[in-house]
Design a protein around this ligand. Structure first.
Ligand code: DAH
Length: 346
């Protein structure tokens, strides 16, 4: 018996494992009710009384050592994910808050989709631009007031007094993308360019220093003002409903000739007059015109062979009309109480 005990003691002290299942086998083998140590205690009953004292002591030591070993191996085992009895895989999950799209993104997407349907593709240009693309090639005179420090954020300016085509600035309109597209592509061109623009304005409910525009450009042979009118009528009816009427008022832009501003019939009062349309029945939504021959030539497009039209609109303005949001600052404040009201399925 003594030999057996010391053999097992050696076995136990040499034993080592890092695995949960192996340690469990160890426990079953030595420490369970049917394990080796319990068996020895069974046999102990038959030991002659004179030997009982010594063997009893050794047996107790063996049991203690086996338990010690088991506990120390157990505390050194690597962690495993606990399997909780209380986990119920059929339970509904916690409510998962989904975001909503910004109203400007919703309206921008709608405008893009309307023009995509008649073959306009999206093109983009840089927000940090040079004077050449924002003003000079768009036929702005060197002394045009739009170049003024009061209107334009300059990144670097070559001369404090005079404008230069190399001046670097934040684009004040997306018409600069027209120039970039015409420089890089041959007609036919049919493109729209959504993007952010920047103007040095004091922030108020009706003006902001950042806003969004969508520019449109169509260049081909024989493009006429009638094409422009029909394209814009299609857009207005897709955007505001099929009963919408448009009207074009003569206007001036350096990069178009002739130029016009377009109004749509007020969708709130149906043209009868209300405080949104200031009792005129009409709402101004965009500027447009036939691309000036000087602009075509500045972009290496033959103005005798090609003509085209362009238009530009403010996304905030359209969003205001669509959702009746009458303070521009709301678009940039990221107030969730405002943003969460615009739930869409896309
Ligand atoms: N760039 C003009 C603006 O920022 C908008 C505009 C007017 C764009 C007429 C055009 C256009 O392409 O033809 O106010």
């Amino acid at each position: 018996m003594l030999n057996k005990i010391s053999e097992i003691l050696n076995e136990i002290s040499a034993y080592s494992t890092q695995k949960h299942d192996e340690l469990e086998s160890f426990r079953l083998k030595y420490l369970s009710k049917k394990g080796i140590i319990s068996e020895l205690f069974e046999d102990f009953r038959n030991i002659p009384p004179l030997e009982k004292r010594e063997i009893g002591q050794k047996l107790n030591i063996l049991k203690e050592k086996a338990l010690e070993k088991y506990n120390s191996l157990k505390s050194d085992l690597p962690e495993t994910a606990p399997i909780s009895d209380s986990s119920d895989l059929s339970k509904p999950s916690f409510p998962f808050p989904t975001g909503s799209r910004h109203p400007i993104s919703i309206v921008r997407k709608e405008i893009i989709e309307i023009f995509n349907r008649i073959g306009f593709v999206v093109s983009e240009g840089p927000e940090i631009e040079d004077d050449n693309h924002v003003f000079t090639k768009l036929n702005f005179a060197p002394e045009h007031p739009a170049r003024d420090m009061q209107d334009t954020f300059y990144v670097s300016r070559i001369s404090a007094e005079d404008s230069s085509p190399e001046d670097i600035l934040l684009r004040t309109h997306t018409s600069s993308v027209q120039v970039r597209v015409m420089e890089g592509q041959k007609p036919p061109i049919r493109t729209i360019s959504p993007g952010r623009v920047f103007r040095n304005e004091a922030i108020s409910a009706r003006a902001h220093c950042i806003f969004h525009q969508v520019e449109g450009l169509y260049i081909d042979t024989n493009v006429s003002f009638a094409d422009l009118k029909q394209t814009l009528l299609y857009f207005a009816r897709e955007m505001f409903g099929k009963d919408t009427e448009i009207r074009l008022r003569p206007s001036y832009f350096p990069f178009t000739e002739p130029s016009a501003e377009m109004d749509v019939s007020c969708r709130i009062c149906g043209g009868k007059g209300c405080n949104v349309c200031k009792y005129t029945g009409w709402l101004e939504i965009l500027g447009c015109g036939m691309v000036h021959p000087n602009v075509l030539e500045a972009c290496n497009i033959d103005s005798k062979e090609y003509t085209g039209f362009a238009f530009g609109m403010g996304i905030e303005r359209l969003t205001m009309l669509k959702y009746r949001v009458n303070d521009l600052r709301l678009y940039f404040e990221n107030d969730l109480r405002f943003l969460e009201q615009f739930r869409t399925s896309f």
